[in-house]
Write a protein that binds this ligand. Sequence first.
Ligand code: PAF
Length: 284
Amino acid sequence: MKIVNSIKELKSYLAEEKRNNKQIGFVPTMGALHDGHLSLVERCVKENDVCVVSVFVNPTQFGPGEDLEAYPRTLEADCILAGKMGADIVFAPAAKEMYPSADMTWVEVTGDITKVLCGRSRPIHFRGVTTVVSKLFNLAQPDRAYFGQKDAQQVQVIKRMVKDLFFNVQLRIMPIVREADGLAKSSRNTYLSQEERTAGLILSKSLRYAEELFKQGERDSSRIAAETAKLIGSEPLSEIDCVEIYELPDLKPVAGDITGSCLLAVAVRFGTTRLIDNVILEVE
Ligand code: PAF
């Protein structure tokens, strides 16, 4: 497996693969790879001739006071894991390579889709994500790109960007990967104390409860959200950021009963760590 730091080298390697009609698959990450990322790499390797994994802690998606400095950086281990899964290239550029000048072009999806949920407490986050993902798509020119459903809002934002900007890439969205006890895998789980980690289990538990209510015929979105929030709130270490239901794909508020396909998303702080999780509630 090749480790590439420069845009020039990445482009020349991939140009050669393209000349040979190879299909390029791409898994963008910020590193600290866990089983969630590896499920994306595994699928990417299966479906493409060449699998490119980017490892880049993207500064523009972190707001002031967020965890940019503390974000785990484990490039060596990431390369070993990606290589074991069959990745062909890890692209790990420096920030200066991706953002050579302070004056720059932004790619921003506007509207509710980026304003609700995480967009409310992290107002510049999605602009940073769409900007860096556009840059990475332009560099790798992938046939397919792989994202995890755990970042459900990010998935909808990127789908919209790809549609609006006519990116020639197929998006593949892979299911949430969980620990045996239900905690959704996340690079940020490493910030949790043992006590906070145990408390964090309330997220998957409350989402399972919401799903059960829905299966039993509950359709009132306010009631489902309220019951979910009540259960999360019963965990003393939890501090709720949001427990909300939105219509898919545009993340418009649900008026009353759930009719089509909706996202129930939760974001909750345990100490200084903000965890997210979600489930899709779909009327057949
Ligand atoms: O999901 C992530 O890890 C990041 O938001 C992404 C898509 C790699 C962009 O930096």
